[in-house]
Design a protein around this ligand. Structure first.
Ligand code: SPV
Ligand code: MG
Length: 295
């Protein structure tokens, strides 16, 4: 009987509810649909994956408007919230203000920004040589974003790169405290370690002062119950569909190129009618009956 929450409110619940939730990466309309159909309650619009599907590097080579254009396709075909990986906010506080306005207009539920410098570099490429943003400047960006939102539930996640850049736990905590005070909905602690020790130590010290988000790309072998016990609110599976797509496309392309026939691969790929289904072809046939009489 309760009205369905809008997408911003849905994302806020994922972040603020005490139980562990999960969101999955998508990078275009069809992958966004696939994430929703699989049963996820939210989508991570990964900067790495969006860049990769355009065939460019994760260095802000795709413009922010090109990112927003793809987000619109993703949002139009899904009913679950999308959290954009907004990198460093594509500039200063002023760029952040405009970004938040445009994201709300396209039905995006929230944005995550990281405390590095524009143009960003992926955290897993020479992470320790990357400079962090000035704390006050980054807090201003969070505040400017919060002051620009019109939906009270639009979410701004502040991502800490201190551990990536070679700083210690105390620097991460000092920054987390400042970003939290500036109004961040949640704190994301990132790590490039293959062990979860650092992020778990952070979680223990942070002690639930705000919702907490993990991205276990590098510490992927950690059992999920460990995150649950650490009272993490949200886990992001950050790049796994672009990697699945790449592995599958490479295998199929190589096989067809080498064998000069489709006979070996037809059963290994999605049928054409599955593509039609994901595109919603049936709805158009129905609509034609209602609206398009040819006499
Ligand atoms: C992304 O998905 O673009 C991220 C997460 O920022 S990571 O690449 O793991 O740093
Ligand atoms: Mg990213």
């Amino acid at each position: 009987t309760s009205a369905k929450l809008n997408k911003c409110a849905q994302l806020r619940v994922l972040l603020e509810s005490p139980q562990l939730d999960f969101i999955m990466e998508a990078h275009n309309g069809i992958s966004a649909r696939i994430v929703e159909e699989a049963g996820f309650k939210g989508i991570w619009a990964s900067g790495l994956a969006l860049s990769a599907q355009y065939g460019v590097r994760d260095n802000n080579e795709a413009s922010w408007t090109q990112v927003v254009e793809m987000l619109e396709f993703m949002s139009d075909v899904t009913s679950i919230p999308i959290l954009l990986d907004g990198d460093t906010g594509y500039g200063n506080f002023n760029n952040m203000r405009r970004l938040v306005k445009k994201l709300e207009q396209r039905g995006i539920a929230g944005v995550c920004i990281e405390d590095k410098l524009f143009p960003k570099t992926n955290s897993f490429i020479n992470g320790s040589r990357q400079a962090l943003a000035d704390i006050d400047e980054f807090c201003g960006k969070i505040k400017a974003g919060k002051d620009s939102q019109t939906d009270p539930d639009f979410c701004i996640v502040a991502r800490l790169e201190a551990l990536i850049a070679g700083w210690d736990l105390s620097e991460a905590l000092r920054r987390a405290e400042a970003y939290h005070a500036a109004g961040a909905t949640a704190i994301l602690i990132h790590s490039k370690s293959s062990r979860p020790d650092q992020v778990l130590a952070f979680a223990k010290e942070w002690a639930g002062r705000s919702p907490l988000v993990f991205i276990p790309t590098k510490y992927y072998s950690t059992p999920t119950d460990v995150f649950r016990k650490a009272e993490v609110n949200l886990v992001i599976w950050a790049n796994h569909l672009i990697r699945a797509a790449v592995a599958s496309m490479q295998a199929i392309a190589r096989e067809v190129q080498a064998s000069e026939t489709l006979i070996n691969i037809e059963d290994d790929i999605a049928p054409v009618k599955e593509i039609f289904r994901l595109q919603g072809a049936d709805e158009l046939l129905e609509a034609e009956k209602r609206y398009f009489s040819n006499g």
